[in-house]
Design a protein around this ligand. Structure first.
Ligand code: ADP
Ligand code: MG
Length: 256
């Protein structure tokens, strides 16, 4: 589908449904993100934000609906053929995900953590993978930490390595699931600064965050999810400053 500007969205999710046991966690969720767009996904705990992000990179397989990122599109539901292992791996590599907890390999240096994907998934030559990894560590401000093991890094530094590791797959989009929630307050800013720079660079991003001021500043669109339903969606500043729906207003009142 074409937008007014004539460019297709980079991410297009339509009529997504996901159920865990008897609980319907996502009910007919649709979401579009323009190329270079940044969407903040906000909502109370348990509203389905993580599940939606995991459906966008197919860590969670939806029960119904369609998921498209760039040129790759998958349909789910009755009669749909599920993607094979190779198609899934390619799709996930193109959709970088950063979690609340860093998930770095503890027995590998920062450099080796970032080189892992380029070597094993992208099958790059070692010197090329190393050059890429060093460039990405520099980009997240950690050129001098390349040879450190994760245990020697602060939480903020570990999270920046995790961002560099996701970028090493050269993904078309980046998904952030509460990337700063586990950090000590004084370390949040350095991670948000890297995310802000990525957005300014034109990366297409979906950010689940409780940093409402950051979402207002960096995101161009915001989506408020509650009980697996998109309650309200709009320009980030308008939605955050002047929510239309009472549920959005009630949620945002906790952050003032
Ligand atoms: P949020 O990220 O907004 O806090 P989640 O997507 O993590 O919400 O969870 C939404 C609901 O789905 C919650 O009730 C949660 O307990 C449930 N849920 C999430 N993942 C699973 C799972 N793998 N199995 C069963 N229930 C799950
Ligand atoms: Mg979550």
């Amino acid at each position: 589908m074409e937008t007014e500007a004539g460019t297709a969205p980079k991410i297009e999710i339509a009529s997504l449904r996901k159920q865990f046991g008897a609980q319907v966690v996502l009910k007919d969720v649709s979401l579009r993100v323009e190329p270079g767009g940044v969407v903040a996904l906000i909502g109370p705990s348990g509203s389905g934000k993580s599940t939606l992000l995991r459906c966008i990179n197919l860590l969670v397989v939806p029960d119904a609906g369609t998921v498209r990122v760039g040129a790759d599109r998958f349909a789910f539901g009755a009669g749909a053929r599920l993607p094979g292992t190779r198609a899934l791996a390619r799709f996930r590599a193109n959709t970088g995900m950063v979690f609340q907890h860093f998930n770095l390999f503890p027995h590998r240096t920062a450099l080796a953590n970032v080189m892992e994907g380029p070597l094993t998934v992208r099958r790059m030559r070692r010197p090329d993978a190393e050059a890429l990894a060093r460039a990405l560590l520099a980009k997240v401000g950690l050129a001098d930490k390349a040879d450190q093991y994760p245990s020697r890094l602060s939480g903020g530094q570990k999270q920046r390595v995790a961002i560099a590791r996701a970028l090493a797959m050269e993904p078309e989009v980046m998904l952030f699931d509460e990337a700063t929630s586990a950090l000590d307050p004084e370390l949040v800013g350095e991670v948000l600064a890297v995310m802000r720079a990525l957005a300014a660079d034109g990366m297409t991003m979906v950010i689940v965050t409780h940093e409402i001021a950051f979402a207002r500043e960096v995101a161009d669109r915001a989506v408020f999810l509650r009980d697996g339903v998109v309650v309200e969606e709009g320009a980030a500043r308008a939605l955050i400053d002047a929510p239309r729906e009472p549920e959005t207003r009630a949620f945002l009142s906790h952050f003032h």
